[in-house]
Design a protein around this ligand. Structure first.
Ligand code: BTN
Length: 329
């Protein structure tokens, strides 16, 4: 999308965000374009899943007011992130791709968040459905000064940082599904996609992507597994800016400790929120399938599975158990 078009659409949503009626004429005057151009931009916004109504004689109105992402509000509650380390995109292909594309210019801890993603990516080539203004789509760049082994178990740490954030906002029922999903009531609340870039013998960059469902539109399509959002758990209004700030605080603090000590200091915390610990699981890795009892994780983040009294460590794959029959999004 051209920068000018993107800017116009961002400004248009910002005006509409209060949930009140705005006539095509006034919108056109404020943005310096014709009423017909406004109508076209509105159509484009609708095609992204933004519910904009038009009523003859009154103009355009959002279905409900939008709590938009705001750098000021996020930075108010963040201890670690500086303004130049935060990029808020309106509509972007993928926040992970943004970090990848700008990697050489980004400091460790740099974070990109977006209102919507048009090519949000999940694990194993899946799509991450990313409707506008609804959820958190966040990616962070973290530079590790060791090789690839220095990031073993990283996605488990990110799951823990999400869980700590949920605790901050009063949600204590989340469970972590190895290796990188967050579940509530057997439904997926958040997913993690860690991608790695680096050269042998050099630094390793982890591109830490996470999607957290805050308020999924009721008519959301294209998700092929049970999912849940925060808004369905409580009548409290959840402010995405606050949640992002808490996430950034936990991520920054925990990543520093992880760099020093690995996953070891976090093992007890993981055990307390492990969805499958001491339960029967099926581990699927490519065409391989293993049935056993999950015995948690080790300090490298490997899944420990007990089969006929023998425990072995597994480094890849997806698990399912009695409670969950699908694999991942
Ligand atoms: C999964 O469970 O499959 C992982 C989902 C990861 C989604 C997030 S949203 C922000 C970041 N940008 C992406 O394109 N994907 C990750």
């Amino acid at each position: 999308m051209k920068k000018a078009v993107e800017q116009t659409r961002t400004s248009l949503i910002q005006i509409l965000a209060n949930g009140e009626f705005h006539s095509g004429q006034v919108l056109g005057e404020r943005l310096g374009i014709s009423r017909a151009a406004i109508a076209n931009h509105i159509k484009a916004l609708q095609s992204l899943g933004i519910e904009v109504f038009s009523v003859r004689g009154r103009g355009y109105k959002l279905d409900k007011p939008l709590n938009m992402l705001s750098a000021d509000k996020i930075l108010e509650n963040t201890k670690f992130t500086q303004r130049n380390q935060l990029h808020i995109a309106n509509i972007i292909a993928s926040t992970n791709d943004y970090i990848k594309d700008h990697l050489s210019n980004l400091s460790s801890g740099f974070c990109c968040i977006a209102e919507a993603q048009t090519k949000g990516r999940g694990r194993r080539g899946r799509t991450w459905v990313s409707p506008y203004g609804a959820n958190i789509y966040l990616s962070m760049n973290w530079k590790f000064s060791g090789g690839y082994q220095s990031i073993a178990g990283l996605s488990l740490l990110i799951g823990l940082s999400i869980n700590r954030t949920l605790n901050d906002i009063g949600i204590n029922s989340a469970k972590l599904k190895w290796p990188n999903d967050v579940y509530i009531n057997s439904k997926k609340l958040a997913g993690i996609l860690v991608e790695v870039e680096g050269q042998v013998g050099g630094d390793t960059h982890a591109i830490i992507g996470l999607g957290l469902n805050v308020s999924m539109p009721t008519d959301t399509k294209g998700i092929d597994q049970p999912f849940i959002d925060l808004q369905s758990l409580s009548s409290t209004h959840f402010d995405r800016n606050e949640i992002v700030a808490y996430l950034l605080n936990h991520l920054n603090e925990m990543l520093v400790e992880f760099e020093r000590c690995g996953l070891t200091p976090f093992l007890d915390e993981y055990k307390a929120s492990d969805l499958f610990c001491d339960k029967p699981v099926r581990l699927i890795s490519g065409t391989n399938e293993v049935l056993g009892i999950s015995r948690g994780i080790n300090e490298t983040g490997a899944l420990l599975v007990e089969i006929d009294g023998v425990i072995s460590a597994h480094y890849g794959g997806e698990i399912s158990g009695n409670e969950i029959s699908v694999r991942t999004q």
